[in-house]
Write a protein that binds this ligand. Sequence first.
Ligand code: GLU
Length: 514
Amino acid sequence: MFILEKIKKMSDRKVRVRFAPSPTGPLHIGGVRTALYNYLFARKHGGDFIFRIEDTDSNRFVEGAEEYILESFRWLGVEFDEGVTFGGEHGPYRQSERREIYKKYVKLLLDSGKAYIAFDTPAELDEKRAAIENFQYDASTRMQMRNSLTLTPEEVDELIKSGHQYVVRFKIEPGQKVVVNDLIRGVVTIDSSILDDKVLYKSADELPTYHLANIVDDHLMEVSHVIRGEEWLPSAPLHVLLYRAFGWEDTMPQFAHLSLLLKPEGNGKLSKRDGDRLGFPVFPLEWHDPKSGAVSSGFRESGYLPEAVINFLALLGWNPGDDVELMSMDDLIAKFDLVKCSKAGARFDYKKMIWFNHEYILRTPDSEIAQMFMPIVEAHGVEVEMSLLEKIVSLMKGRVNFVHELWDACSFYFIAPTEYDEKTRKKRWKEDSAQKMSELVTLLESLDDFSIENQDACVHKWIEEKGYSMGEIMNAFRLALVGEGKGPQMFDISGLIGKEETLARLHRAISVLG
Ligand code: GLU
């Protein structure tokens, strides 16, 4: 086929991408970013996004991991079109349910001489490794091993019949040029001689290995682009050779290997330990390890808003090339461009992530923040009307990075001070403060209209008439109502806690502070 026709055929193809995790534990934040980029790419191009479970390694299977992954994406608003639990025409989408399919393709390779059966036991392989320096199972050694290339067909049949376990290995011809054309990294060329004869299938569990299952499924599921983490780049040449062996080169997906997520300091790969050390989660949701019982923190439980996590992650390794930082999912979809992804690793700047959360708290309607805050208030044994909580939230949310921080920032709205901060008291409660606060009590008591505006007007008038200083009155008033020197505008406090409570707190401060 002419190269132009080939390119045309590629670009005519419907975009179909997949996220294909192995259910080996909680989803690391790097995996979340991979899935997000796949999702943005699919949506941008009107394509399909597939959720496939790669569970052919039964030793590493972890109970609950699949459900955890699905729940993570539900929370984040990343939606699949097809796959495990979503259905579709290319199922089943769980690899452990596709055994018969893989067997057929393994046989195809065996019959065409592109793979062979190997009986070497782990002990025999160890022996070879000890005897031959830098031993690799490949063209240079395979004829010294116990496999269908060195045994007669009768011997092979006999071994299989007598129950010997075997693996199927890919017979890699040395000296071939293998080209991986990566949308992010450009062209990577290697010589096939450096590759080993990878195991494609194991008789012991009647399952293929990752490589074979991954290639067969991407082909059968008509995947057009493989967008995945950099750690899979070394497997790409082998995958190209597998496509070649099956004769599927014309429909081979386009590769795009994403850069690594780096430690906040920029040196080395981000790990869970960095999160523990610096106090941020690396998993979307809290994870309870079913074996050890250990609990790892999650973004959701730590108080991150999903929109903030998405926005932050989208910009780790990609940027739209303008100065806009705050983007909704729709903005991201509109702007996303795989080719603009960076080759260099992306530093996990968790302080920036906290900044994003703050920004999204500001942009989320007060009513929604109040809904999230209500259970926290109730857990402190406080009963409050939702409408009042909304008002408090609107006054206070600009001061916090997380919803749970609202409690410390505004508990004084619900709970009268029983103690007065010593430092503030020394600075702000003067000889004559009690006297002046008593006058303020008389004034406030006389107000029928206790609205913020009316209090503001009347108190200001009184301060002016008396020739008092604004600062001394407001400072003492604040100490009486809050117990310390923080909080919003005074009448935003007295107005919301109401006349009765305001007067009670003033009376108490006068008698305690004197
Ligand atoms: N199962 C692999 C993983 O856990 C998939 C890699 C790929 O996308 O090809 O990431």
